[in-house]
Design a protein around this ligand. Structure first.
Ligand SMILES: [Zn+2]
Ligand SMILES: [Zn+2]
Length: 347
């Protein structure tokens, strides 16, 4: 039996680098991919540290991956050994009602590779090889580097949230609360989609500097004083769209507080079960629109690849660190510091 190096999670906070059997694509449609690059997502850190509890042991995390087809199982028609591919971590059946309506991320029969969402979780890509199905694969255009390709899924999430769900329009004034790697991607999507004023909000100076470099027109640090007051000094008429890409409930509360009549607001970053209050009459009077966005769809993946292939968005710009798989513990330590953006693992 052939073995490979993998980062195996045995228990919360017990991640071990060890040899495991290389998976064999034996079921119809299965494909083995040699992983070239895999991004580290906050979801991975939450699983490894126990901040997310829906994790099975032992398991392999890592869902933002790209690589080379190494072997194909029975019935695989569209890829062959040697093909360079980008993986959508969420596999969908293509036949159920949500799939047929374009909501592939709501698929009744979905599985996820090393991530969160569906019950059916496959091992992820913090390993030399990962098993998936051909329906999750997209050809990697030659113009996109391996590391940039690993950012396809988070960029797809940003496109889906900002464009597909919140229907951002050219000349909208946009506020992005939380400009870690996913917030920066939302900001880059909003920039390329023609945002007028584009305000980044974050408590990290490092993150705000990065946001200004990537196209934000203004940076607001809630640590420096009343964030709402500062934003309304920049935008006296208030924002057209607010995207919460932060996570903490305070960010959602700030978003709710920023609304004026007609503001669209997107609950995008928070994944924990905390509550916030809405004034019913005020919400009625404001006539805003609340959106949310989780995961990606096949359309979002295709758009994300197109954005990178045509150089409208260069996702390399948000990569701050690269580590070999053998140094994944170092990578996870950097994830806990404010001085990072997207971190890439090279198995
Ligand atoms: Zn992710
Ligand atoms: Zn389905």
């Amino acid at each position: 039996m052939k073995t490979m190096l993998a980062a195996v999670l045995h228990e919360f906070n017990d991640l071990r680098l060890e040899p495991v059997p290389v998976p064999v694509p034996k079921n119809s449609g299965e494909v083995l991919v040699k992983v070239k690059s895999c991004g580290v997502c906050a979801t991975d850190v939450k699983a490894i540290t126990g901040r997310r509890r829906n994790v099975k042991f032992p398991s392999i995390q890592g869902h933002e991956a790209a690589g080379v087809v190494a072997a194909t199982g029975p019935g695989v028609l569209h890829v062959k050994e040697g093909d360079e591919v980008i993986i959508q971590p969420l596999g969908s059946c293509g036949f159920c009602r949500p799939c047929r309506n374009g909501f592939t991320h709501h698929c009744a029969d979905a599985f996820v590779i090393g991530g969160d969402g569906p019950e059916n979780v496959w091992n992820g890509a913090f390993a030399e090889f990962v098993l998936t199905t051909e329906s999750t694969l997209y050809p990697k255009p030659a113009a996109i580097s391996w590391d940039a390709a690993a950012v396809t899924e988070p960029l797809a999430g940003a496109w889906k949230g900002v464009i597909a769900h919140s229907e951002m329009r050219v000349a909208d004034d946009v506020v992005v609360i939380g400009v870690g790697s996913i917030g920066l991607l939302c900001l880059m999507v909003a920039k390329v989609a023609g945002a007028a004023r584009l305000i980044a909000v974050d408590t990290s100076r490092h993150a705000l500097e990065q946001a200004l470099r990537l196209g934000a027109t203004d940076a607001v640090n809630p640590g420096d004083g009343d964030a709402k007051k500062r934003i309304y000094e920049i935008l006296p008429d208030g924002p057209d769209l607010v995207v919460e890409a932060a996570g903490p409930i305070e960010a959602v509360r700030l978003m709710v507080d920023l609304r004026r009549r007609g503001t669209r607001w997107n609950v995008f970053g928070i994944t924990t079960h905390e509550t916030f209050e809405l004034d019913g009459g005020l919400t009625h009077f404001l006539e805003g629109r609340q959106d949310a966005s989780f995961g990606t769809t096949t359309v979002a993946m295709a758009k994300s690849i197109r954005l990178m292939e045509t150089d409208l968005i260069n996702t390399e710009a948000i990569i701050s660190h690269r580590f070999p798989l053998a140094k994944i513990h170092e990578a996870l330590a950097v994830m806990e510091t404010p001085e990072h953006n997207k971190i890439i693992i090279h198995p």
